[in-house]
Design a protein around this ligand. Structure first.
Ligand code: GUN
Length: 302
């Protein structure tokens, strides 16, 4: 193995410790803690497991955590009423509506109803606009891209002037991370290319990348020969390719594979993120960071 592993699990611990210390200090000085509400609609197993992890993490950090579970049959209007209630609640600094929502719900309407100053997911068009402008305008960077940038910076990878190639153009990862890496400022200043399903020669672009960020959702899409020797490879893909019995718990668990062929890529890259244990753990961590930021801003100390 030549590549250095960028472990999300380790970086997560560093950041969570920083947040925990800050929450303790603010609680002593101001007698109050960040408030986060998680709205979970229905019983999608993946959503339940994500929300459970978000709640556990918020609890560990000493946040006030409100769990609001709603039936699968909920209407758009009822969800809008619920969001309005939390928008008006001063003890709530972050509102998270777990996606996907059931078919009958107008997801766009729901996300757009969240107060942009409590939109810790960073999905509201106002926050997407703030991200595009960059600099001090940015309020809540979306969590997965923010986690990716944090990993690159903490690994000590030079981003200024670097050729960054992003594979995938989703609203949640590809588009925002491309935008973040091209901004002026630390951890950015890169020259960015975005490739996608209609790109003529994806391999050619990838081969130029000093930093290759892959968020396509296609297991093993990026071949080892597409990787420039010494490049930093960030694999955002979390693809369920089968099931196995956990040695630890004896329960059935998913076999996860990234968008990059890890075993071969690690012999070529300079840095690489594993799957699982790479980008995954960073998303919830950055959600907590955004909630803390919202809380501090509500106290006028941000
Ligand atoms: N569903 C899958 N990922 C996410 C996320 O980052 N935020 C929300 N709200 N829902 C999701």
């Amino acid at each position: 193995m030549t590549a250095k592993l960028i472990k999300g699990t380790e970086i997560r611990e560093e950041i969570l410790q920083e947040i925990e210390n800050e929450v303790k200090k603010i609680k002593e000085e101001h007698g109050t803690v960040p408030g986060l509400v998680t709205i979970l609609v229905g019983e999608n197993p993946a959503s339940i497991s994500y929300v459970t992890l978000k709640i556990k993490t918020a609890d560990r950090l000493g946040f006030k955590e409100v769990q609001d579970n709603q039936p699968d049959s909920i209407t758009t209007e009822d969800l809008l009423t619920l969001i309005d209630k939390y928008n008006k609640n001063d003890s709530i600094n972050g509102i998270l509506v777990q996606l996907p929502l059931p078919k009958q719900v107008d997801e766009k309407k729901v996300l757009n109803a969240i107060d942009p100053d409590k939109d810790v997911d960073g999905f509201h068009p106002v926050n997407v606009g703030r991200l595009m402008i960059g600099g001090s305008e940015v309020k809540f960077p979306p969590c997965t891209p923010a986690g990716i940038q944090e990993m690159i910076v903490r690994a000590g990878v030079e981003t200024s002037g670097a050729e960054v190639v992003v594979v995938g153009r989703s609203n949640i990862v590809g588009k925002p991370i491309a935008n973040m890496m091209l901004q002026k400022g630390p951890g950015a200043n890169s020259t960015v290319t975005v490739v996608h399903t209609r790109t003529k020669d994806m391999a050619d672009h990838c081969k130029r990348a000093d930093i290759l960020i892959v968020a396509a959702g296609v297991p093993g899409l990026v071949k080892p020969e597409w990787i420039k020797p010494g490049a930093c490879v960030i694999d955002v893909g979390v693809n369920r390719v089968g099931e196995k019995i956990s040695e630890k718990t004896g329960k059935k668990i998913a076999i996860l594979k990234g968008d990059v062929d890890f075993d071969e890529a690690k012999e070529i890259a300079g840095w690489i993120t594993p799957v699982p244990g790479g980008v995954g753990p960073m998303t919830i961590t950055m959600l907590m960071k955004n909630t803390l930021k919202s809380f501090k801003s509500s106290l006028g100390i941000a």
